[in-house]
Structure formats: C-alpha cells, structure tokens
Design a protein around this ligand. Sequence first.
Ligand code: H2B
Length: 93
Amino acid sequence: MERIGAEAALLRLSGWQVVNDRDAIRKVFEFGDFNEAWGFMSRVAVKAEALDHHPEWFNVWNKVDVTLATHDADGVTELDVKLAGFMDMIADR
Ligand SMILES: C[C@H](O)[C@H](O)[C@H]1CNC2=NC(N)=NC(=O)C2=N1
C-alpha cells in the first residue's frame, strides 16, 4: 500500500490530527462509560481483522486514544483512512 501522508488523510476525515514525531493520525474518542468504549473497541477489532490492519490504541475508562499508521509503508495510507472512517461512523452519537 502506497503512503499518502497524514495531511492528505486529514482532508477526508474529521476530528483527526497529525501526530508530531511520525507520519500517523490520531483521535481521542470519548464515550459515556467503559462499556461503550469497550463496545467500540470490539467492533473496531472485528473490522481490523477483516482489513488485516490494526490500530495502536490506549484505553482509560471511557476514552480510547487511537493512532493510525501503516507500518509496512512507514506512514499513512488509504487503509488508515478506511479504518478511521469506520471508527467515525460507528462512534458517532
Ligand atoms: C502480516 C500482516 O499482514 C501485517 O503485519 C499487517 C497487520 N496489521 C497491520 N496494521 C497496521 N496498522 N500496519 C501494518 O503494516 C500492518 N500489517
């Protein structure tokens, strides 16, 4: 997969930001409680397996801090845009 870069990815997403020290995108999702956050993570996990593309993420109670990049490409690719778009779609309340 070809690298498109974080800036190009952000033009097509909302609420995501460029990571400072590497070519990656980041968003902190906030939910009502841990159960909702975990439900989100479960749905994303199934999608990640289907895409064979996996998030870097950190969960504390109702927050999920997500960073996306394609390790094989050493940066952001269409796969990251796809996974980010999926997360936005299922997280919106
Ligand atoms: C072997 C396997 O297909 C690769 O390691 C996949 C798995 N998930 C991945 N996830 C992400 N984010 N980047 C990758 O390059 C990647 N590669």
